[in-house]
Design a protein around this ligand. Structure first.
Ligand SMILES: Nc1nc2c(ncn2[C@@H]2O[C@H](COP(=O)(O)OP(=O)(O)O)[C@@H](O)[C@H]2O)c(=O)[nH]1
Ligand SMILES: [Mg+2]
Length: 157
């Protein structure tokens, strides 16, 4: 089935760089934050190859799992933003397990490469999962990573 619009959700731990990533991708955006931390959602959209891409950013704290579930309803793909200096957290592990079960196309952004370039390895990461080194604050890798995800979504459809 072909759809004209895509829904992508940005997932990951608290402070990994999800909001910054979304801000870098989207020309238009809105965020709901309390003291600089996402408490409900970020939203933005962009157009790629004439196609509208809706991007939802989720809160990363454990207690907001319900919000991640709401935002993940009907998603076409996901970006999991990892803080490379911290590695895979419990929240990341839960997110990856869920995505693997749902068979949702996703890419990992190994973010904060400017402060840590350590390789991310974890048993929940499948060998075929693309890991894109990013610096969300400068935008490095972010656009390419999104294009790759969209490419994977299209090839699956
Ligand atoms: N050094 C560095 N800091 C980053 C990067 N991406 C995000 N940050 C910072 O990390 C903090 C958390 O970012 P934010 O996007 O709010 O994280 P979120 O909780 O996942 O939405 C902010 O101070 C950002 O400026 C990065 O690539 N490198
Ligand atoms: Mg945020």
């Amino acid at each position: 089935m072909k759809k004209k619009e895509l829904k992508i959700v940005v997932l990951g731990s608290y402070n990994s760089g999800k909001t910054t990533t979304l801000e870098n991708i989207c020309q238009k955006k809105a965020k709901i934050e309390y003291k600089g931390t996402t408490i409900a959602l970020d939203y933005g959209n962009t157009e790629i190859d004439g196609e509208k891409v809706h991007i939802f950013g989720s809160p990363g704290q454990e207690r907001f799992e319900f919000m991640r579930d709401i935002l993940s309803n009907g998603l076409d793909g996901a970006i999991v933003v990892i803080d490379s200096s911290k590695g895979i957290s419990n929240v990341d592990e839960a997110i990856l397990n869920k995505l693997n079960l749902q068979d949702v196309p996703y890419v990992l952004f190994a973010n904060k490469q400017d402060i840590s370039s350590s390789v991310i390895e974890h048993h929940t990461i499948k060998p075929e999962t693309p890991i894109i080194p990013t610096v969300a604050t400068s935008g490095q890798g972010v656009g390419e990573g999104l294009l790759l995800l969209i490419h994977i979504i299209k090839n699956k459809a």
